[in-house]
Design a protein around this ligand. Structure first.
Ligand code: ZN
Length: 233
């Protein structure tokens, strides 16, 4: 299967590619650096230059049938199939998403209870668990920071999707089942700590997350708790 550039190199910030189609203000390109909204991670933003004109990309989403990635433009442009397009990613925002997303996977390592939800944001992220025992906010924050300081490499691999029938417990987030029917499932491994299906963009090493803060743990039900996480800088 051919991979988009944001999967081949999630650290790349500029790309030259070609226009495939333009429908209203939704631009489809041959390849892209822009992660499309999904799996709790927001769609990327940035800029595209087509025919000497630069416009903002305000969101990136899969088309309804998930067959293509649509870059949502801030204003209309003229573009024809085959035109060259230069992409520039809003790296500052995306890098925070990467740090946050990898951090949420670390929480999945620290808390073995079922994950009921999760959402990545540049300013604040959250993960929800059905907790079997109460957890202490400060203790969790200290554990998380200790792990990050220790470091661990992060890698991705593609496995045949029947692995999920054989090992259903690999799926940690019950509310977000990985897309099936494409043959392979993308797995994200944090060396020695966590291994789960995920389509998101991740860091090379958890050390890059840097110091984190847990401002609150909120009750969302009898056992369901929402853990909010922020990056210290
Ligand atoms: Zn993930």
């Amino acid at each position: 299967m051919s991979l988009y550039q944001f999967y081949r190199d999630p650290y790349q910030t500029e790309l030259s590619t070609q226009v495939v189609s333009l429908d209203e203000q939704r631009l489809v390109l041959e390849d892209t650096l822009f992660y499309p909204h999904g799996g709790g991670q927001p769609g990327d933003t940035g800029r595209v230059n087509v025919g000497g004109r630069t416009v903002d990309i305000v969101d990136t989403r899969y088309s309804k049938d998930r067959s293509r990635i649509e870059h949502h433009l801030a204003e209309p442009i003229d573009a024809s199939p085959g035109d060259s397009a230069e992409l520039t990613l809003n790296w500052e925002r995306r890098y925070r998403h990467m740090r946050m997303h990898t951090c949420l996977h670390l929480l999945c390592h620290l808390i073995k209870d079922p994950v009921t939800g999760g959402n990545v944001g540049a300013e604040q992220s959250r993960a929800e668990f059905d907790l079997s025992t109460p957890i202490d906010k400060l203790e969790l924050e200290a554990q998380l920071n200790a792990l990050i300081e220790q470091g661990a490499s992060v890698s991705t691999e593609w496995l045949p999707e029947n692995i999920l029938d054989e090992q259903p417990d690999l799926v940690r987030t019950m509310s977000v089942q990985p897309p099936r029917g494409h043959g392979d499932i993308r797995m994200v491994r944090i060396d020695g700590l966590d291994f789960q299906p995920c389509g998101g963009t991740h860091l090379k090493d958890i050390r890059e997350i840097g110091a984190v803060h847990i401002p609150s743990i909120k009750s969302k039900g009898k056992q369901n708790k929402r853990i909010n996480v922020e990056l210290v800088d």
